[in-house]
Design a protein around this ligand. Structure first.
Ligand SMILES: O=P(O)(O)OC[C@H]1O[C@@H](O)[C@H](O)[C@@H](O)[C@@H]1O
Length: 468
């Protein structure tokens, strides 16, 4: 079995229980533990001058190798191009996207630092797997340094429609850089097709019936491959002592009311404003039930150096305050808004105590909270998942109550329907969701992608390793 070299901006080897890590960190830790190898990326730390010094650590069965970045790189690469330019654009928010040449240069320069530093760590038989939008040009930079290994790329966010992507001044360079990879993966067929649209229309690419894209002499296998969670592990976490204690605490605090839970990084793509308004609409339209519910929104702050994130934080504080001010009574506040992250085992307990999981991003590559909510439920008395039809996860989860997250009416109706749903229907829906979450789990995802990467090497026509 080839070693795996995973390269991503953030490197957080995750313990089963600990920390407030996102699903991606947990997924990659599980993948690396199985295959061996190295997880390389940014330490999250700043240094006065970039030295290329690599800090190796071994944690939870995974070797991590990280480098520090200079302030200007962090500003232009991470806060700039990654989070002010690509993130909003790829989430269809060109109104928030900032197009600055300095950001583009800093992004390219930092990717060159990454390539320069990781290149000597890669052995001839390793498979290299680059993750996410921070690192589009990395494969090309590795090829420029002579790397012949199989290199895959996986995008964890949506791929925008062509007409939006063409607003990015570097769109063509960026897409061409992806031709250096052997396999490029997306969570859904929708994102894959948007990518194909650009490749066909703007690069003159041809896509065959096996989703192999040909542009000039380059062939790239495209793959729609939705990431999953470690469902069994998460279900076990939900039965852990910490989860149990958290469950009991949260359950007691609801004093017999139905708990509705949302857990999201504080990000404008998560649809939190629209969610609060949908919930308020439910309160207004259902005076008899309004004091029977409480919304617990957990939203740890994220990317706080970026202005659009500061704005959404202010907006939500104002909105939560207004809704609570307008509707609260002596012994009830409708929204508990918590700007703090919690460890996964505690979250599992919160999910299990909640009658409704409200997951309504305006646009999301996948969304693993939806899957974790399902995995944490009590089979005898499961809650109901309300899910945005614009989350990648919706493709695999048709038994959830699917809603348009822009519509307060649809959110309000779905809350009413979930609260009234009889036990047998809740069980039937949950059963189907849980089967999918368990079958298409993180190991399945990892295997599908790495199998596709390994197959490329065994099939020379699809593996031209020359520079594009
Ligand atoms: O790393 P950040 O900026 O805190 O964001 C958290 C994560 O957000 C995810 O949605 C991205 O796809 C990840 O790549 C990223 O790590």
């Amino acid at each position: 079995m080839s070693r795996l070299i995973v390269i991503s901006n953030r490197v957080t080897a995750a313990s089963a229980k600990g920390g407030a890590q996102g699903g991606l960190a947990v997924a990659l830790t599980a993948a690396l533990r199985e295959s061996g190898g190295i997880w390389f990326g940014w330490s999250g730390e700043q240094t006065d001058q970039f030295t290329g010094h690599i800090n190796f650590t071994r944690s939870h069965g995974v070797t991590t190798a990280t480098i520090d970045l200079e302030e200007q790189d962090i500003e232009e690469y991470y806060n700039g191009y990654a989070n002010r330019t690509l993130w909003p654009l790829f989430h269809y928010r060109i109104d928030l996207a900032e197009y600055e040449r300095d950001f583009a240069h800093g992004y390219q320069r930092t990717n060159e630092w990454f390539a320069e530093t990781v290149y000597p760590l890669i052995e001839p038989d390793d498979m290299v797997w680059v993750q996410d939008y921070h690192m589009f040009p990395l494969g090309q930079e590795l090829r420029r340094r002579g790397l012949k290994n199989r290199i895959g790329f996986f995008l964890h966010i949506p791929w925008p429609p062509r007409r939006l992507l063409t607003t990015l001044p570097e769109a063509r360079t960026l897409v061409e850089s992806l031709l250096a990879y052997d396999v490029v993966g997306f969570h859904t067929r929708e994102w894959l097709l948007s990518f194909c649209d650009y490749a066909r229309e703007d690069l003159g690419g041809v896509i065959d019936e096996n989703d192999v894209l040909t542009v000039g002499t380059r062939k790239v296998r495209l793959l729609a491959c939705p990431i999953g969670i470690d469902a069994e592990e998460f279900a076990a976490l939900a039965a852990s002592p910490v989860a149990q204690a958290t469950h009991d605490r949260v359950h007691r605090s609801a004093v017999g009311r139905a708990l509705i839970v949302g857990v999201d990084r504080l990000d404008y793509s998560k649809g939190l404003e629209e969610r609060f308004l949908g919930y308020e609409r439910f309160l207004l339209e259902n005076p008899a039930e309004r004091k029977e519910v409480v919304l617990l929104q957990i939203a740890p702050p994220s990317r706080a150096d970026v202005e659009s994130y500061q704005r959404i934080r202010n907006t939500l504080e104002g909105l939560a305050g207004r809704i609570n001010g307008a509707h609260a009574g002596l012994d009830w506040v409708p929204i508990r808004y918590v700007n703090q992250g919690y460890p996964r085992d505690a979250l599992a307990g919160v999910y299990r105590a909640s009658r409704i999981g409200l997951v309504t991003p305006l646009r999301d590559g996948m969304n693993l909270v939806a899957k974790e909510y399902v995995a944490a439920q009590d089979p005898a008395d499961p809650g109901v998942l309300i899910l945005s039809r614009f989350a990648g996860a919706a493709d695999q989860m048709p038994e959830a109550l699917l809603v348009n997250p822009h519509s307060a009416e649809e959110i309000a109706d779905a809350i009413g329907r979930a609260l009234a749903m009889p036990l047998d229907e809740r069980q039937r829906r949950w059963q189907a969701l849980m089967e999918g979450v368990t079958r298409e789990d993180v190991i399945w995802w990892r295997k599908r992608f790495t199998d596709a990467l390994a197959a490329v090497a065994a099939d020379p026509p699809a593996t031209a390793s020359a520079e594009p």
